[in-house]
Each structure stands twice: as C-alpha cells, then as structure tokens.
Design a protein around this ligand. Structure first.
Ligand code: 13P
Length: 338
C-alpha cells in the first residue's frame, strides 16, 4: 500500500493551530451572528423590526461596535455571506471592524439543511460544490474560520446510522477543504434538543455521533448532570477548543451550564467555551427593538452577556442579579433552523 500523502504542510498546520488558539484563548468564545436572511427575519419580527438590508446591517453593526469591554470576551464572530460584504457607518467593511477589535472573522459556508432520502425526516447539509473556490475568496476577504451546520434529531429510531455516517462524511469533506485554504473549520454536528428524551439518551447519541471515526470518545464522568452529555468526540482528534452552541437555553442557563462544565475537575486538553447566537443576543435584540435610539442600551445588554460568558468559560461566573431583559426566557425554537 502506498504511504499516505500528508494533507497539510507543517506551515499550514501551524497557521491553522494559531488561528484556532486565538479564537478560544482563555476567556474568549464566539459570537454566532450568522443567521441566514430567513432566520434573522424571525428575530427581527419578534421585536417589531422590518427585515430590510439596512436593519440587518444596523443590528449587526451594533454588535460589532460594542465597546472595549467585549474585546477580552470575543475571539471570533461568525458572519452570513451578506454581512461579510456590508460596511459600518464609517465605511470600514465589517470584517475589518471585527479584526480591529482583536477578533477573527468566521463565515457560514454551508448552504442549508436538506432532506436525506430514505430516512424518516432526517437531513444532510448541502454546499460542497464550489466550496474550494468560495473558501479561497473568503480567506482573501478576511475570513480565518468557517462554520458548517449539520443537524441530527433524537427520536426512538433516530439518528440512524445512515444519517450519522452521511453527516460525518460531509463534515469531514468540508473541514478538509477549509483547511486547504487556511480556514479553521468548526465541525458542528448539532443534535437538536427537541424531544422528551432524558440526559442519558442525549449523552449516548452525542458520543455515537462524535465518535463516528471509530476512535473511542473520551467521556468525562462528573457528578454534575450538565457534563454528562458532553461526550467529547473522539473523531475531533486534537481540537483546540469545543465551542458549545446555546441551543435554545435561556441566556442565563447557557452561562450557568458553561460555567458548570468548566468547574468540573477533569483533565481537558481543549478549551470548553461558547459559540452562542441566541444566548448572546436575545436581550440586546429586545433592548434595540428596531430603533436606532436604543443602540447604546442594546450594546449594554450584549456586553453583559459577553462578560458573563467570558467568566463562564473560565468557570468563574456567579450571577450578579443584573441579568438582561431576556436573560431567563427560554430561547427554544422547535426544529431550529439557522
Ligand atoms: P445558538 O446559540 O442560537 O444555538 O446558535 C449558535 C450557533 O449557531 C453556533 O454556531
């Protein structure tokens, strides 16, 4: 058998490792601001704002220009394609605004979830065609990392082996293409919280999905329930960090659970931090309410959650009692789409 050809040069590996390390540096996590136009429409309409390009730009600008307090909290910001090419009021492209604040730019590169034929409502994610060229362009335009979201559902009969294998394969192809272009891939097999299954089932499925490469997943055992479904994927080999999404938890729950994860006295060679969309934005969105005059108030709410999660990813969060407007509201959306 011919010897394997290395996929990446030592220099490429070094660049990717340095990027990943910056995103998940101690106290830092990710702001997921990559809602598709359809998803942001729902968020905007929930606060009575119209889904215009200018409203989308204004709202994202508000997040990206929050004051210096967020700088030690946010290592990366994930954008949707449209946002990548929008500009702040002062004329700077958004990727530059983000980089000027010391964070790295991420880009959602998948093209959405589609039905997987032969299954009962399971899905795969499309977007591999042309991905090499798109990644090369995004890298030139300032992106250093990417996201690709796959979705798995827990029911009595799912996820099926077919869905697990198909999604693992597409995530691996995506990750490889990103790496060839100097882009760090976030591998996101999102297991939806929908259903009435218990924590043990969640743990079992998470391990099954994460361990698909055949390596046995290392499962931390910890007295705290919240850690049990962690099931750190063996297939990730040497991830620099594991960034949890908030997945419909309230803002406060998302911070408390991340804090509990980081307080568990177990060896872990990776950062365990956040890549939160809803749990960083819900109070800010509410405070903004589509009105430019509320920009400062909305930024304050965002800063509050960024600071809380920065502490939580170091296991240092204690609720202050000054939680924001939506801090304890459930952010669960059935069959969530991004
Ligand atoms: P939520 O935090 O809203 O679940 O989304 C996060 C996300 O998309 C991470 O990439």
């Amino acid at each position: 058998m011919a010897p394997p050809v290395p996929a990446l040069t030592p220099e490429q590996k070094q660049e990717l490792a340095a990027i990943a390390q910056r995103i998940v540096a101690p106290g830092k996590g990710i702001l997921a601001a990559d809602e598709s136009t359809g998803s942001i429409a729902k968020r905007l309409s929930s606060v009575g704002a119209e889904n215009t390009e200018e409203n989308r730009r204004w709202y994202r600008q508000l997040l990206f220009t929050a004051d210096k307090r967020v700088e030690p909290c946010i290592g990366g910001v994930i954008l949707f394609h449209e946002t990548m090419y929008q500009k702040a009021d002062d004329g700077r492209p958004f990727p530059q605004v983000i980089r000027d604040k010391g964070a790295l730019v991420g880009i959602k590169v998948d093209k959405g979830v589609v039905p997987l034929a032969g299954t009962n409502g399971e899905t795969t994610t499309q977007g591999l065609d042309g991905l090499m060229e798109r990644c090369a362009q995004y890298k030139k335009d300032g992106a250093d990392f990417a996201k690709w979201r796959c979705v798995l559902k827990i029911t009595a009969h799912t996820p099926t082996r077919l869905a697990v294998m198909e999604n693992a394969n597409v995530l691996a192809r995506y990750a490889s293409i990103c790496q060839q272009n100097g882009i760090v891939p976030i591998v996101e097999p999102e297991i939806l919280p929908d259903g009435d299954h218990d924590l043990k089932t969640c743990q079992y499925v998470t391990e099954k999905v994460g361990g698909t490469s055949g390596l046995s997943p290392s499962v931390p055992s910890c007295p705290q329930d919240v850690l049990q479904p962690l099931g750190v994927p063996g297939s990730l080999v040497t991830p620099r960090g594991i960034t949890f999404l908030s997945g419909g938890q309230s803002e406060e729950e998302a911070s408390l659970n991340l804090n509990a994860i980081n307080r568990c006295p177990l060896p872990r060679p990776w950062a365990l931090t956040f890549s939160y969309g809803r749990a960083l934005q819900a109070s800010a969105l509410k405070a903004w309410g589509g009105k430019k005059d509320n920009t400062k108030a909305a930024q304050e709410e965002y800063v509050k959650r960024a600071l809380a999660n920065s502490l939580a990813c170091q296991g240092k969060y204690t609720p202050s009692g000054t939680a924001g407007a939506a801090a304890s509201e459930s952010l669960f959306v059935s069959n969530h789409a991004y």
